[in-house]
Design a protein around this ligand. Structure first.
Ligand code: AP5
Length: 205
């Protein structure tokens, strides 16, 4: 299946993508992960993207479009993929059409704003293993040193506020866009990740 995961920051797009990768062997293509990798490696793209990401703003369309279109065209995506966090603007959605990248279903995660803030402010990554925890919803195992848990720069309160604002302005219009195409399914993103996963499996069956 060729899927788009749409939803506000903290809706659980990445968490559910990873569970589907493990369960169904799908390929997850996360725009945010690819951009963070570019920032870490200090590539030309990473240098351009860094300041936008830290402030919670969107990286300019053309940079993300080139990155994602190139990735989707690789052979491992022939059997299916999940676009996690792409498209996020009408221009990005139109670029998918222009590049003739077919999409079967767009899963739109609906989550209350207070849940998003709680999830994002609680997210921590283990410095060594890269595992994602959440001090509110998925605490690290006892004995984990606090100094080993790092917070994404864009999970600080100011950047979270900005990301939610940007989502409402730039990404919400995609709901109508894909509804008109008859591709949109809404999934309740509240509750445990197992419950959300079951909702997604039912919606894409
Ligand atoms: P990106 O990394 O994609 O950030 P985001 O969309 O803001 O997504 P998140 O990873 O914060 O949320 P998510 O929905 O994946 O939730 P997750 O599963 O991680 O993008 C970062 C930045 O890159 C953007 O701000 C922008 O600058 C740039 N960028 C990315 N894509 C772009 C694009 N297309 N165009 C331009 N710029 C782009 O979960 C979050 C937390 O909640 C975790 O701690 C998790 O454990 C917890 N959690 C998740 N689900 C549950 C649950 N059901 N119950 C309890 N806890 C849960």
């Amino acid at each position: 299946m060729k899927l788009i995961f749409l939803g506000p920051p903290g809706a659980g797009k990445g968490t559910i993508s990873q569970r589907l990768v493990r369960k169904e062997g799908m390929v997850q293509i996360s725009a945010g992960d690819l951009l963070r990798e570019a920032v870490k490696k200090q590539t030309a793209l990473g240098m351009k993207a860094k300041s936008y990401m830290e402030k919670g703003e969107l990286v300019p369309d053309q940079l993300v479009i080139d990155l994602m279109v190139e990735r989707v065209r690789r052979p491992d995506c022939k059997r299916g993929f999940i676009l996690d966090g792409f498209p996020r603007t009408i221009a990005q959605a139109e670029a998918l059409q222009r590049n003739k990248i077919p999409i079967d279903t767009v899963v739109n995660f609906t989550v209350a704003e207070e849940t998003l803030i709680r999830r994002l402010s609680g997210r921590r990554m283990h410095r060594i293993t890269g595992e994602i925890f959440n001090i509110h919803t998925l605490p690290p195992p006892p004995g984990t040193k606090e100094a080993d848990l790092i917070q994404r720069p864009d999970d600080k309160p100011e950047a979270i506020k900005k990301r939610i604002e940007v989502y409402k302005r730039e990404t919400l219009p995609l709901i109508d866009f894909y509804e008109r195409e008859g591709k949109l399914v809404n999934v309740d993103g509240e509750g445990s990740s197992e419950k959300v996963l079951q909702g997604v499996l039912k919606a894409i069956a």
